[in-house]
Ligand binder design. Structure first.
Ligand code: MSP
Length: 512
């Protein structure tokens, strides 16, 4: 595995406040990035907002604001959601920033210099909501395939010679079979490209809220060409000799929703090929969260508010639910009932209970100190600790290219289940009267198992895993994956804080 990583989320349209669907991508990226960092990797994690285009201009007009005033007022909601959901992004990019304008202008000039942009005229079915033109054949019942309304538009336009890249893209997909994941999405992209690529309209004259085309300011640059360039801006482009660009380009993984895969897997690599810039390594398209079967979206108006949810259920419970409920890549139906059930059964009953009973037995019987234990232990002790130790090797490949977050969680939960069974069969509460040494050994083994579990759950549950590690006496500077070895085992005799519940049950059967 390489040691530097560049992970991105899409940049969000700030045409209204964030919803659970948009927070999902960022949480997934954060879990991956935290995992890589704890594993000793050098990571750049970029997210941000996509602030130009007709959709934003229209939303601003509706509120009687200039587009800039409007985005400035909404973007804070996107920035604030990051610390609330304990997301550790390195860069939050706004496409209205001067550094981004510089990058887009440079990319445009390079595409022109390389002969891939020409002036023509464009007519077609345009969906404002999607910022995209659709071919007649793509319309369903007179609407875009996304369900958005379309209108017929004609305008002078600059075109990008996308048609010149059909064979090059197909050859690239062939040579890099894991460029697009999941596989079913890869197949869709390949058949789309095989069906023929037309040149792409990359400028607009019908509105002005965008980056003007260099040397022809009647046009603004198409919002997708503008937006995709954020991935370059964030690492310092056009300064391609700069340390940041050299260190992190090309991106290791673009995480995107399935609705915007075509832009990332077809247009974006074509732009980069045309500019002579190396292509990203992987693109993963995840599914949609629905609300009663319908896509959650600002335009449809059935959003689930991430601020309200966090207040009621806690951020870790939501992170856990979103990543565990559905395999990454599938669609899922969001429900608060599901969130409550998953939190109570997995976090409270399994993980919380394991920690709680171990820590309260230690508080009662071992003077609230890490109990003494021999290095060797019985076969049962060794088996549990071996299983705990082997988790890291099992999880790494699951997150490498096409992250399988649900499988990562399953690996850790197998150990939690095994540890609960171990306590049940070893019954340390009974040993208290018959064999104190053995009781100590059992409690120590469980605590040590919790150390592995706590360290490995930090990416998913940053707050509660930290809290768990505090409770079991794991020093703050010994929580990276390099410490997942017997050499970093907990030190017997260390005083522990009074036990506190890690995951109390949610005492509510129905949503708030
Ligand atoms: N601005 C573009 C992306 C430009 S990237 C260079 C955009 N913005 S968006 O705000 O509409 O969507 C951003 C991301 O949120 C997309 O990946 C989209 O799939 C994701 N989600 C929006 N609603 C979602 C759900 N209901 N469920 C899961 N993800 C969804 O597209």
């Amino acid at each position: 595995m390489s040691t530097t990583y560049y992970v991105t989320t899409p940049i969000y349209y700030p045409n209204s406040t964030p919803h659970i669907g948009s927070v999902y991508t960022t949480i997934c990226a954060d879990v991956l990035v935290r995992f890589l960092r704890l594993d000793g990797k050098d990571v750049q994690f970029t997210t941000g907002t996509d602030e130009h285009g007709q959709k934003i201009a229209e939303a601003a007009t509706a509120q009687g604001k200039t587009p800039q005033e409007f985005v400035d007022s909404v973007v804070t909601q996107f920035e604030k959601i990051l610390p609330l959901y304990t997301i550790q992004a390195d860069d939050f990019i706004r496409t209205t920033e001067p550094r981004h304008k510089r990058a887009v202008e440079q990319l445009w000039r390079t595409l022109c210099e390389n002969g891939f942009i020409y002036l023509g005229e464009y007519s077609g079915w345009y969906a404002v909501r999607d910022e995209a033109y659709y071919a007649e054949s793509e319309l369903i019942d007179g609407k875009a395939p996304t369900g958005s309304p379309v209108e017929w538009m004609t305008e002078p336009s600059y075109f990008f010679k996308l048609s010149a890249f059909q064979d090059k893209l197909l050859a690239f997909y062939e040579a890099h079979p894991d460029f697009i994941a999941p596989q079913s999405r890869r197949n869709e992209v390949i058949s789309f490209v095989k069906s023929g690529l037309k040149d792409l309209s990359v400028s607009r004259t019908s509105f002005s809220w965008g980056i003007p085309v260099p040397d022809d300011p009647r046009h603004v640059i198409y919002v997708w060409l503008d937006a995709l360039t954020n991935y370059l801006t964030s690492v310092g482009y056009p300064d391609i000799d700069g340390t940041h660009f050299q260190r992190f380009w090309p991106p290791s993984l673009h995480i995107v929703g399935k609705d915007i895969l075509r832009f990332h897997a077809v247009y974006w690599p074509a732009f980069l090929m045309a500019a002579g810039i190396p292509l990203p390594q992987h693109i993963f398209a995840h599914g949609w969260w629905t609300n009663r079967g319908e896509k959650i979206s600002k335009s449809v108006g059935n959003v689930v508010d991430p601020y309200v949810l966090a207040e009621h259920y806690g951020v870790d419970a939501i992170r856990h639910y979103l990543l565990r409920e559905i395999p990454f890549g599938n669609d899922g139906d969001f429900s608060e009932e599901g969130l409550i059930t998953r939190t109570n059964s997995h976090l409270a009953n399994e993980l919380g209970n394991l920690a709680q009973r171990t820590l309260s037995l230690i508080a009662k019987n071992s003077d609230q100190k890490i109990p003494p234990a021999s290095q060797i232990g019985t076969q049962e002790d060794q088996a549990l600790l071996r299983q705990a130790h082997d988790m890291l090797e099992a999880i790494r490949p699951l997150l490498e290219r096409a992250p399988a977050f649900h499988k990562y969680i399953e690996v850790v939960w197998r150990v939690i289940t095994a540890a609960n069974q171990y306590i049940d069969t070893q019954a340390p509460w009974a040993l208290r009267k018959t064999d104190v040494d053995r009781m100590n050994q059992v409690l120590y083994t469980t605590l040590e198992c919790l150390r592995y579990v706590g360290i490995l759950l930090q990416p998913l549950l940053p707050e509660s895993a930290g809290h768990l590690l505090d409770q079991i006496g794991c020093p703050i500077d010994q929580r990276t994956f390099a410490c997942l070895t017997p050499a970093h085992a907990l030190k017997p005799g260390t005083s522990l804080p009074p036990p506190q519940p890690i995951f109390p049950r949610i005492d509510r059967e129905t949503p708030v």
